[in-house]
Design a protein around this ligand. Structure first.
Ligand code: GLV
Length: 307
């Protein structure tokens, strides 16, 4: 019985080493060296080639190497009836919250402008913005962790999610009307939504036009949440005034993409929150034990909802 690491774009050595430490003797295979495909019980995936999971006849669970599962659910040829689980880790949520706080404070204190000024040896101090209001789109584990950290440093925090939520200290909205209320006067709009057919393109013309003058958009969800052309036009109109982006429709972001040189855009290369291979290894081992005793894996994904 074996685990398959099916992550063609990733280095699997740390995960393989962590699995060997946790469960000595575990048979770990790294795609494309699958060997006897009937031995594979669990596949750990990131951007697997569509259809490749169909080659594993005795697969009992599919685990995402990250929090997002859009890379899995986008495969129209998934094996039927095999449960899909995502990676859940308090460290992942904490790191995401820290990233969002960094982006928000950088905008508030005008840091991108000072980095630019340093290039031209310009000494030009500016007053900074008051703490302000943030709207967090998506109140899953990442969104909630970010919302709580922003509230802890004194921002007024609103949250928007597809299903109604209630959280102490946050004003929670749902539905299209709620989105309009959440956006009204928000200084920071932060996207931490899962990517599903319902959220794809949500950061489009209509939403951007309702952002406040001087505000900031932060996208650490998925690139396809954002209509990139609409953002360029919205920045020209000053609503929002700035964007801080970690994810892009095409990754790596192509060298000739206009975002690279846009003065109002800050780019990070999909590093907001990085999966810890040791934490994944622990979940893989737990999942193996569960499926071997006839249970479902934890952190199950609902393929219909898309997260
Ligand atoms: C990263 O993007 C993840 O989904 O964990």
């Amino acid at each position: 019985m074996a685990v398959l690491l099916l992550m063609p774009s990733r280095d699997t050595s740390d995960l393989a080493a962590a699995l060997a430490r946790l469960e000595p003797g575990l048979d770990v295979r790294v795609w494309p060296k699958v060997g006897d495909a009937a031995a594979i019980e669990v596949a750990v995936c990131w951007s697997h080639p569509p259809g490749s999971l169909l080659d594993l006849p005795r697969l009992r669970a599919i685990l995402s190497y990250g929090a997002g599962v859009d890379h899995l659910l986008g495969d129209p040829r998934l094996p039927e009836g095999v449960p899909i689980a995502r990676f859940v880790d308090p460290g992942l949520a904490r790191d995401m919250a820290e990233y969002v706080l960094t982006a928000v404070l950088a905008h508030r204190r005008g840091i991108p402008r000072y980095l630019e000024q340093q290039r031209t040896r310009t000494w030009d101090p500016h007053p900074y913005r008051p703490a302000g209001t943030a709207l967090v789109l998506g109140l899953g584990r990442m969104g909630l962790a970010a919302a709580r950290l922003l509230a802890a440093v004194g921002l007024e925090v609103r949250g928007w999610s597809r299903t109604p939520h209630e959280h102490e200290g946050l004003t929670c909205f749902t539905s299209e009307d709620g989105l309009a209320q959440g956006l009204a006067g928000a200084d920071h709009v932060i996207c931490l939504l899962p990517l599903t057919p319902a959220t794809e393109g949500m950061l489009g013309r209509s939403l951007l036009a309702r952002m406040a003058p001087g505000s900031q958009l932060v996208n650490a969800g998925r690139g396809r949440h954002l209509d990139e052309q609409a953002l360029l036009e919205a920045l020209d109109a000053g609503r929002p005034a700035a964007a801080w982006l970690d994810v892009f429709a095409d990754e790596p972001l192509p060298g000739d993409h206009p975002f690279w040189t846009h003065p109002a855009i800050t780019i990070t290369p999909h590093v907001a929150s990085l999966t810890d291979p040791a934490a994944v290894a622990a979940q893989v081992v737990e999942c193996l034990h569960r499926v071997r005793s006839g249970e479902l894996p934890g952190n199950l994904v609902d393929p219909v909802q898309g997260y």
